[in-house]
Design a protein around this ligand. Structure first.
Ligand code: FAD
Length: 347
């Protein structure tokens, strides 16, 4: 049966969810606060299958990654744009201990599919490699900013989006539905990113907002792969690069800081030719990270027509395609949610 939803927030989470609902024949309307402080418009959109100091596979990556890449290819085809950039990651190793860890971890069968050895990388002669490096494959940059922009234009064209802050007082609760601004919906789904801390219905969930900053720079060499040090150096094409992201758990505003700019500048001045490097832009946003590092999916414990799809932390690009499909099944076919992501784990 065709259902109708109001989605609050058209970042990558709301966009994936709206696209999936529409693909399955349901109606969606959006409210977005002019994409104010949207983390999705600051992020690089990277998918890195092997992460962390402990060199481990991302949660469920064997299933989530192929699903995500198919999904983004399909959306790219629909919008007739390029969204998917396969880019290996050169992970810099700083000493013998890091190299030993890399070799022992990546020799495990489970990780082998995500690593390449003995690739020719002549271009790396332009980088001061600290000690050595490992190379990750099946990694991508997804142009999530372009996806959001194209979907926004389509929503504007079809009169499906309004730009203003959501008014929580205006929700009218009916027996099996909710109404907002005189329109009735099967549900309102909140996809507000880190701004969910201002949502009176869901701010009981343990968000751990993390500020991230990014520099947009020009550099006159074409690097064909991502370089991952403390921060990442990500090719965007035409000698433009994205550098980021930093982490700050205390500072909770969206203003870029001189402190983080200096840190990133120093880091990359040591690895590249510093006088050839020019900063074009510097941006900051808050990631909707969660205390247990798993997203928040599900329904409000007392209002069964209010839903949340949020908390994608540092991995929204990988997680949101698969989990939006999983969530649509939950919404429209009454299937159950995976317990790791079900927000009822905090009820
Ligand atoms: C520097 C940096 C680098 C990052 N790099 C990556 C990366 O490489 N890969 C990756 O996967 N993730 C990355 N992330 C994390 C990623 O950006 C986030 O997880 C993701 O963007 C969250 O998407 P979202 O849709 O939940 O929230 P957002 O993108 O923040 O979108 C929320 C939307 O909701 C709207 N909104 C909020 N409240 C209201 C309201 N009350 N009324 C109306 N509208 C409202 C906002 O205007 C916004 O448009 C990075 C983050 C940062 C800051």
């Amino acid at each position: 049966m065709k259902k109708s939803y109001l989605i609050v927030g058209q970042g990558i989470a709301g966009s994936c969810l709206g696209l999936q609902l529409e693909n399955q024949g349901h109606n969606v309307n959006f409210i977005d606060n002019h994409h104010q402080n949207a983390a999705s418009l600051v992020a690089a959109g990277l998918i890195n299958p092997i992460t962390g100091k402990r060199i481990v596979k991302s949660w469920n990556v064997d299933i989530l990654l192929p699903y995500a890449i198919n999904f983004y290819h399909k959306i790219a085809q629909d919008f007739q744009v390029n969204l998917v950039y396969p880019l290996n990651i050169i992970r810099l190793l700083h000493n013998q201990m890091e190299e030993n860890d890399w070799e022992s971890r990546t020799s495990i069968d489970d990780l082998k599919a995500y690593v390449v050895e003995n690739e020719e990388n002549n271009w790396l002669k332009n980088i001061k490699i600290p000690f050595s490096y490992g190379e990750i494959t099946q990694s991508y940059r997804i142009d999530i900013g372009l996806l959001i922009k194209n979907y926004k234009n389509k929503l504007i064209h079809n009169n499906q989006i309004q730009f203003h802050p959501f008014d929580f007082q205006s929700i009218i609760f009916n027996n099996n539905s909710v109404a907002y601004q005189k329109k009735e919906y099967d549900g309102i789904i909140f996809c507000e990113g880190a701004q969910m801390s201002a949502n009176p219905f869901f701010n009981y969930l343990p968000l751990k907002p993390t500020k991230g900053e990014a520099l947009f720079v020009n550099y006159p060499f074409e690097f064909p792969k991502i370089i991952k040090n403390k921060t990442a150096f990500v090719p965007l094409g035409k000698n433009e690069y994205w550098i980021g992201g930093t982490n700050d758990w205390n500072d909770q505003n969206n203003e870029p800081t001189l402190e983080k700019q200096t840190l990133m500048q120093q880091e990359w001045h040591e690895l590249l030719y510093p006088n050839l490097f020019s900063i074009q832009n510097h941006r900051a946003a808050i990631r909707p990270a969660t205390k247990d590092r798993f997203p928040f999916l599900g329904k409000h414990p007392e209002h069964p027509n209010l839903f949340i799809f949020n908390g994608f932390g540092t991995k929204a690009t990988l997680l949101t395609p698969y989990l939006s499909n999983h969530f649509v099944d939950f919404l429209t076919k009454n299937t159950s949610l995976m317990q790791e992501v079900n927000c009822n784990r905090f009820n």
